[in-house]
Design a protein around this ligand. Structure first.
Ligand SMILES: [Zn+2]
Length: 200
């Protein structure tokens, strides 16, 4: 359904509905909310968006999101430089940081290997990773790519690449989620949990 005679409103709704997790109905609610709020709400949104567009850039060292040359994590001298965690996207850095248990640093690969979609190693940040390892190798690399076919392939490739530079290569454990019940797990998750069991 389109709105007759209101092409500007229609365009705004179309733009909102392109956001992940936002359907047509939510997009309409967002547009009507803005219409009701008036000029101040538009200015606040426009200001925030253009500031984000101007200021956010990739960290020169790890490719995480940053507003300076270095991101907040690379710029923090209290972080443990003996640990380096490889992730696919900046949002993965945020996810791990939310758990506030990891004090090492990161390298954001910028995606995962996917030969069918034409994503080869040269499309990811492996060259800058290798340059980093040559200059300042950590003791341990943590492979924290997603537990998908492509994520596993990426971890496998990364492991071979970093092997000459580090003492320890680890992969995030996979298995039973907290609060999960065994009878509802799929076979592959249960298999991973069984294979990854540890001494209690
Ligand atoms: Zn960084």
């Amino acid at each position: 359904m389109t709105i007759k005679g209101l092409p500007s409103l229609e365009r705004a709704i179309a733009a909102f509905s392109r956001f992940p997790g936002v359907g047509r109905k939510s997009a309409q609610r967002m547009a009507f909310y803005l219409l009701n709020q008036g000029e101040e709400a538009y200015l606040a949104l426009q200001g925030a968006l253009s500031e984000m567009q101007e200021r956010i850039r990739p960290c020169v060292l790890c490719h995480n999101l940053a507003e300076e040359a270095l991101c907040a994590i690379c710029g923090d001298s209290s972080r443990d430089t003996t640990l380096l965690c490889l992730v696919e996207e900046p949002s993965d850095v945020w996810a791990i940081e939310r758990a506030s248990l990891y004090r090492g640093r990161y390298h954001v690969l910028g995606g995962r290997l996917n030969p069918l979609a034409g994503i080869a190693p040269q499309h990811l940040h492996f060259a800058s990773l290798e340059a980093r390892l040559q200059k300042d190798p950590p003791l341990e690399i943590i492979l924290a790519t997603n537990p998908t076919v492509e994520g596993d392939a990426t971890a496998h490739y990364a492991a071979r690449l970093v092997q000459p530079y580090v003492q320890r290569i680890t992969r995030l454990a996979q298995g039973v989620p907290t609060g999960g019940e065994l009878e509802y797990l799929d076979e592959s998750t249960l298999y991973q949990a069984m294979m990854g069991r540890r001494v209690y």
